[in-house]
Write a protein of this length. Structure first.
Length: 261
């Protein structure tokens, strides 16, 4: 006769404990990493000294909440030191893992697009023409090559979705297109047309080249955005990395002179 009472008591305990367990599990899954190693290990805190002999490169990325995270790439033959493993966060406890891994994928694509197979790309130089040729499609399916630019002044802005300064300057750059209707304004991104369209619609009015494997390779170690100005004869007149007002003013002054203003 006591069994129903005991069962009711156990049921009440379970109903009380279940939400608490869920809350504890939720809290366990809310650790924001400070480090990502080789795109597969996550750590909240880490002593970089224990990795220095194994490190190939260190970069910085941001998650969707704007948290700054160090991206560490180890040398090809290097293994994660045992001492570092105690700092790792289990994957099921990494905050926003799915979103973060999407950022990691994009970052890896960016590294490959800007550095290729590791071979050094000859630098672009003022007064010289763009080397080689290219065949790229914009997000509306139109094909562009060097022949498409012949006889026109051209401005190229090279960016990608993970570059905050690139996205911030887009509205300002859009005004240039209205100011210089005879100039061809191209934006170039290694990402696909769908992703580019989502970011640029209503924000960036230039012609957007998707899956770019030509202009992006000159970003190299100098960083995004890369902006180029090419005159009507095809010669390079301006090359700059980074988004800043001084570079903008230099480009606008150059465009005025090239357009007889």
């Amino acid at each position: 006769m006591k069994y129903p009472c005991i069962l009711r008591t156990l049921l009440i305990i379970f109903l009380i404990a279940a939400p608490l367990a869920g809350q504890a599990q939720s809290k366990a899954k809310s650790i924001t990493p400070g480090y990502i190693i080789n795109g597969q290990y996550y750590a909240r805190e880490l002593s970089l000294n224990m990795l220095m002999e194994s490190v190939k490169s260190i970069s910085r990325i941001s998650d969707k909440d704007g948290n700054s995270i160090l991206w560490i790439t180890l040398k090809a033959d290097a293994q994660l030191p045992e001492a570092a493993k105690e700092f790792l966060i289990p994957r099921d406890q990494v905050k926003g893992l799915e979103s973060l891994e999407s950022e990691i994928h994009t970052f890896s694509q960016m590294q490959k697009a800007t550095h290729g197979d590791g071979q050094t790309v000859p630098a672009l130089k003022i007064g010289e023409k763009l080397p080689g040729d290219f065949c790229l499609k914009d997000i509306d399916g139109h094909t562009w090559s060097k022949d498409s630019l012949a006889g026109k002044a051209v401005v190229v802005n090279v960016w990608y979705s993970g570059c905050g300064p690139c996205r911030k300057e887009m509205p300002a750059l859009s005004l240039w297109k209205d100011r210089y209707p005879d100039v061809i304004f191209l934006s170039a991104d290694f990402e696909d047309a769908e992703k580019i369209r989502k970011i640029t619609t209503g924000r960036f009015s230039w012609t957007h080249l998707a899956e770019d494997n030509y202009f992006t390779k000159w970003v190299g170690n100098e960083g995004y955005p890369l902006t180029l100005v090419i005159d009507k004869e095809g010669f390079m007149r301006h090359i700059s990395h980074g988004a800043n007002e001084a570079a903008h003013q230099e480009i606008l002054t150059l465009l005025d002179s090239m357009n007889g203003k």
